[in-house]
Design a protein around this ligand. Structure first.
Ligand SMILES: [Zn+2]
Length: 61
């Protein structure tokens, strides 16, 4: 996903702001990483440049 996507992406749970962690990036594209919501304490993985909101890891457990 492009870094600029961060401007429009919000947490699907609370509509709050997400914090990005980049593991690998190429030409402004985030290939691997995660998007975190501090409010919900949920991480959403980014794999193959696609953020996956269906496969969240819930840090509350
Ligand atoms: Zn949230």
């Amino acid at each position: 996903m492009k870094r600029q996507m961060m401007d429009i992406l919000v947490c699907p749970e609370c509509k709050g702001q997400l914090v990005i962690t980049v593991i690998s990036e190429a030409q402004g594209d985030i290939i691997t990483g995660s998007l975190s919501c501090g409010t919900c304490e949920i991480d959403f993985p980014i794999a193959n440049s696609v953020p996956n909101f269906m496969n969240a890891s819930d840090k509350r457990n």
